[in-house]
Write a protein of this length. Structure first.
Length: 364
């Protein structure tokens, strides 16, 4: 168990280290042209990394069961945060951020995402044997989860709503819910999503362009970068595409820059690191002594894995561009800081469950 926890810590450090080095390479030219400071994005990201690791350290000393006792308060607090996000960003195209003194402090949907994971984990522990009781689902699950997802959806932030839904569906499926309820959820969500896409010009255009293979500048630049990298890449800072051919390469499209500079071997190595992250996280979950801890850890793990898979899919054109970051690597504040904070929860679970006894769900 200790080895699994140690290996997970090493993996997080490696991913963040590769991320900050790649971000520096991907952003230096753009930063120099826009801000006359080639270290601009590197410096900001380094500060956020420092804050994230401080949060990780603090959270790792908080007993993860604390969140179980306060799950309902946490999810209602998320509603309040989203509401204040609406109030403070009325003059902006979206209301995804909480604006204080003119600064976007945090993405409200990122906060709500972890609130939902906590609430669902608590719900599953309480109702494991009654998980298919329609009354319990209607009174204790759907109102809290549904309201939160709708608040995020109408920010508008459809891609985050979709991703959070995948995380929650994974959790509830593992908990043993009847598959028909998952089908109903997917059907209802699809109707809402299609209606939204076809009623919003920007989203409709992006979807049609993706469907017919007419990529935007980012999609085209991404594929060019990956093809330029070949097997071993052009070396650190050897990317040509990042110099004006791939807009904002340091954000959601940092993976193609890694591919161009380190080739297929570099991309393959990133996939291996995320696979090992999944492996060691599951090892920790298997030794968790309570259902809440297991499903909380599962939600946190799937948050990282699903974001990674979706980001990887849209940079090669499998999915339309969604704007979701590559965990621990893309430039950004909320997702990086909160993802590192969530790792503190996993670390606390690992320390609190130093045993070789795997959880037996049938006992609950």
């Amino acid at each position: 168990m200790k080895e699994n926890l140690t290996n997970l810590k090493i993996l997080i450090f490696l991913l963040c280290s590769i991320g900050i080095i790649s971000l520096y390479s991907a952003s230096s030219s753009y930063a120099a042209a826009r801000f006359s400071d080639y270290k601009y994005f590197f410096t900001n990201q380094s500060i956020r990394l420092f804050i994230g690791f401080i949060l990780l350290l603090i959270v790792s000393f908080i007993d993860y069961r604390f969140y179980n006792r306060n799950s309902r308060i946490i999810i209602i607090s998320c509603w309040v945060i989203i509401f204040f996000g609406y109030l403070t960003s009325q003059n902006l195209p979206t209301s995804r951020g909480l604006i204080i003194f003119g600064k976007n402090i945090i993405s409200t949907s990122d906060v709500a995402k972890f609130g939902l994971i906590i609430y669902l984990a608590s719900f599953i522990e309480i109702n494991k044997k009654k998980i298919n009781n329609i009354k319990i689902l209607l009174y204790d699950l759907i109102p809290y989860v549904g309201v939160t997802l709708l608040l995020i959806f109408f920010q508008p932030d459809m891609s985050t709503t979709f991703t959070i839904s995948l995380i929650l569906l994974t959790m509830i499926y593992v908990a043993g819910i009847d598959i028909k309820y998952i089908y109903y959820t997917i059907a209802a969500s699809s109707i809402i999503a299609v209606t939204k896409i076809f009623s919003t010009q920007f989203q409709y255009t992006r979807f049609i362009n993706w469907y017919y293979g007419m990529g935007d500048n980012q999609s085209i630049g991404s594929l060019l970068a990956l093809s330029n990298g070949g097997l071993i890449g052009n070396g650190l800072d050897g990317s040509v595409i990042k110099k004006g051919h791939l807009p904002a390469a340091h954000t959601d499209f940092i993976l193609p820059i890694i591919g161009e500079e380190f080739g297929f071997i570099g991309i393959f190595s990133i996939f291996i690191l995320f696979f090992l992250f999944l492996y060691y996280s599951i090892k920790i979950l298997q030794n968790t002594q309570d259902l809440f801890g297991f499903f909380l850890g599962l939600g946190i793990t799937m948050n990282i894995v699903i974001y990674f898979l979706i980001n990887s899919a849209y940079v090669v054109g499998i999915f339309p561009t969604t704007g979701l970051p590559l965990p621990f690597m893309s430039y950004g504040g909320s997702h990086l800081v909160l993802s590192l904070g969530s790792m503190g929860i996993l670390f606390n679970m690992g320390r609190n469950n130093l045993t070789n006894k795997a959880i037996n769900y049938n006992e609950y």
